[in-house]
Each structure stands twice: as C-alpha cells, then as structure tokens.
Design a protein around this ligand. Sequence first.
Ligand SMILES: Cc1ncc(COP(=O)(O)O)c(C=O)c1O
Length: 604
Amino acid sequence: MNNYGINIWGDDNFIIEDGLVKVNIGSKPSLLSIIREVRESGNKGPLTIRFPHITLKQINKLYNSFNSSIEQYNYNGQFKAVFPLKVNQLPNFLLPMLKNTQDLNYGLEAGSKAELLIAMAYTNKNAPITVNGFKDKEMITLGFIARQQGYDITLTLEGINELETIIEVQKELGLEVPNIGLRVRLHSGGIGTWAKSGGINSKFGLSATEILEAFDLLKANNLLDNFKMIHFHIGSAMNSISPLKKALKESGHIYAQLKNMGAIGLNAINIGGGLAIEYSAFEIEREYNLDEFSSDVVFTLQTIAKNKGVGSPDIFIESGRFIAAPNSVLIAPVLELFSGEYEYSNLRLKKDNPDIVKELYALYNDMTSNTAREFMHDSLEHLESILTLFDLGFVDLNDRSNAEVLTNLIIKKAITLLGINNYTELKKFDDKIQEKYLLNFSIFQSLPDFWGIDQKFPIMPITHLDKKPTRSATLWDITCDSDGEIPFNSKEPLYLHDVDLKNEEYFLGFFLTGAYQDILGMKHNLFASAHEINVNFTKDGYQTSDFLKSQKILDILEDLDFNIQDFKNNLFKDLKDNNLKNILDSYLEDNGYLKTIERVNNAR
Ligand SMILES: Cc1ncc(COP(=O)(O)O)c(C=O)c1O
C-alpha cells in the first residue's frame, strides 16, 4: 500500500491506521476527525492544524542533542537557543511555544523593529534575545530599552555604522549597553537555495578588515566587555553538513584570534539557522542527522579553542525551520475530479457516429485485461485525431464530447482491469492520463514556497489509505492563475484515489508547512489565509484551541485600504430587493473559498 513516504519525512508524528492518517500520540485521533469537527461548526475551506506538542518535541530534541554532545566532549561552554521570529510570528504558533519552553530559557531572534517589539513583549524571562538585520538608530534604541527591561539581548552588527550608532545612543541615553555581536562575512559560502546568505559577497556581515576596524572602535570606546558574540548564518535548509564545518572553522579562528587580541567579554559563537528537515517523500535528502550536526559543532569549536588556548565559546543556535516546520498540516478539501464530468450517462451517441467514435465505443466495450494497455494507448491517439478533425470542421461538438467521454471511460476501465500493483504499467502513460484534482485552497496563500522556489512538501490523502490509489494526480487550486497548480511529476509521482465526490469526502494533507508559509502567504485573487486551529493533547484525549476563522472578504478589502463605507454604498446603490441585499451582505462576512460544491457533499 502506498504510504506516501511517511516513513521518510514523518518522524513518527503521524501514522496510518484503518486507512486514515492519525496523530501518533495519546488517543491517536485521525486528522479527519479534527477537520470534521471544524467543518461541522460551519467552517468549510482549507484548514491549518497546528500541533504544539510537535514543536516542543523538536525543541527538546535540539537541546538534548547539543547537551549530550557537550557532555560527551566535556565541553566547557553552554548551549543556548533562540527561535527566529521570521519563520513564524503568528501568535497561535508563537505563544503556545513560549509557554511550553519556560524552563528551557528558549529565546527569540528578531530581524526587524516589529519583530524586536514582539520579542520585548513575549520573550520568557532570563531567555536570550538576538537581533540581526540592518539597524537604524531607532532599532538600536529599542535594544537599549530591552536591556533596561532586564533582557539578555545581543545586537548583532551588520556594519561599522551600527557600532557608531550604538556609541552615539549610549552617549545620549547614558544607559547600560546591550551585548554586542559581530556578524562575520565568511569566505566559506552557503549551500542550496539560500547559499547567498553566506560567502564573501553576502549581503550580510563584516569583512575581515571591518572586523579589525570594529575591534579597534570597541576598544577605543571601552566596549570590549560588551562585545560577546560572533555570529554567522550560511543559509537555510542545508542538506549537506560540509559548508557548516567550513564555516565553523573559519568563525572559530576569528573568535580565537579576537580573544587573543584582548576581547575579554567575547564568549559565544552563534551558528545561525540552516538545520534542515526531511521534506522528501521519496528518498532521504538530508545527508546528516541531528546528533552528527551537534557533535560536529561541539567538536570543531572545542578543537579550535584548545589549539588556540582560549576558553570554549557558548554555542547559540537560531534554528527555525527545524523547530517549526513539522508542527503544522494544511488540509485542503478536494472539490472536483476533472474526469467527474465524463460519466457514461453523459454520452450523446447519435444514430450515425463517425468511425472514430464507433471505434472508441468498441474499445471501451471490448477491453479485457490483456488488451487494456493497448486500447488505452489507441484511445489517446483517437482523441488526438478527433480534436484535429474538429478543427478542420469534419466532426461536431457532439462527436468531440463523445470522444472525450469515451477516452476517459477507457482510461478508468484500463486502470481497473490492469490492477496495477507497482505502477510500472501506469507509469508508461503517466503524463497523458493524469487526473486533475481541484482543491479548495490557494497555493499562493498556503504554500507560497512551492510557488516561489519549488519547495516540495509531503502530500497525502488523509483517508482511503487502505485502498490502492490509481490516478496519477495534478493538483489545481482555485485561484485564476495557471501557477496555482502542482503538476504531476513522473520522477516524484503523486498517485491519488479515484473518488466519487457525490458520495464521499476526500481531503489532501500538506505536511511540514509550519515554517515560513504562514507569513509569506499572499492574498492573490484576494483569498484569505486558511482557518487555523491548535490541537493539544491531554491524558484523556485532545482539545482544540485558538480557532481562528479565515479572514472575511470585508476585512481583506479593508486591509487593501478600501473605504468600506464607500465600497458598500457603491455595491448596494442600485439594488432594491432587500432579500438580495441580505444575501450580498452575508457574503461579505465570509471568506472567499468555495462553498457550493462542499455543501452538496455535506448534504449526503
Ligand atoms: C540570521 C538568521 N538566523 C536564523 C535563520 C533561520 O534559518 P532556518 O530556518 O534555516 O533555521 C535565518 C533564516 O533565514 C536567518 O537569516
């Protein structure tokens, strides 16, 4: 049975049981039962389900792995971690995570003023804050205020001008200076899609010359005590560990040299993010595991510190994707199967049909398991021919429709007759016989990284998993944009079930969507983000919380700065019928996802 690679990407968070995807904890509820609960309260459309216990599991794994490497090597420094807010700032993700990690001193990383303000409001007491990105005087002043609030905050400098501003703000305010870090521009580059985050031409960090200049400036202004951290980040989703090893060596030597030059306060190296998770449903693409990662970091930094006769630095990490991605699942209802319209009852055979339609009809009726492949092949060719004949005016719309219906019926029958076990037969036809599944969601809103950078996400149906999927699938979203499609890819094929949506529901789950997607999602065609819900496990079962209804159309328009009163005046101006006015009014209170087809399903 197809398990959609759950053994590769699933990390035991989900299991397949009784044909359903279930959450692998406590009472093991199915994803179907969770989405049904939400839909029964009238909320149709796509749903993002978050599992805070999975986020906590990831955080614990990170701490445990680093702490055991530290123990194994008798390492003298400590392990510290912060969550980079850019990865997911939504309160329904963030606040439960912070609540669950109070004992761990798990902090936050901010890359903008808005993020820093979130960090200043919500970081757990005693937990660190790190601040990256370009900073103006205001942002640096925020850093001073956070220090006054009692936070262990480090401003990581992206340029000498930021240090000059720190000095200026200190003179003006006369307050305690926050910790200072230097983001170093390593010559060892990054890897993958975000490789340009590192390397000598990177947008970020100080060159060797600037590091020396910064050191002189720190010394001249008596700030060496405040200078605590060396920072680098070489890119996200590193599937190989070798770029990290190079970066560790380079930054380790910078650290040791600065210490030996008299940087007395310097006591930490921040290795940024980049720790990958396994997104593939086909083969393991991440070439290392977490224990190898932590062991390499600890061992490399210890070796350099020993060789250079300096103390071992504390190790900071700003891992985001690894922490957040696994916790959330997007569930999208399937609205339609493209071939749904090609039913036998839709045939409009004439008294006298063109030969090619007669031939198709015979292929359909006479097909046996021995001839299925050949007949399917023939039918696809016949369909091509009939489309040409139509263009030339030799057959009419009726004949063309009959040919389309018959070809689709032949494909379905062939797939059933072939009883495909390992898809080898089916694969020969994959590109031609895909089924198109129309889903009630927007790729731009819910999977922006698929659209923008071809990021793959594991996809699987959340029901029917005790039945063999027989259709090679292309997925369509409901935006009016041809990019709103996940096309069938014969190298990494997605096979789905041939379902009759008049009688059964069918939902697809998109997994590992918790990092970056929620905040990068965009309102293309004015589709709002999906409904959101958190699922928390208790001893006796589970409880849902923090339900957030998908934004209503009126609010979306308001976000676009429409004057709502003016908009409504225009909309209702020529409408006299009160009933129609009420209908229109109620539509404005809802999100833009499709209802009608889903309502039909529910009625049965
Ligand atoms: C400075 C910094 N730290 C941490 C991260 C998080 O990286 P990841 O999600 O790969 O862990 C990023 C991401 O771009 C970053 O720029």
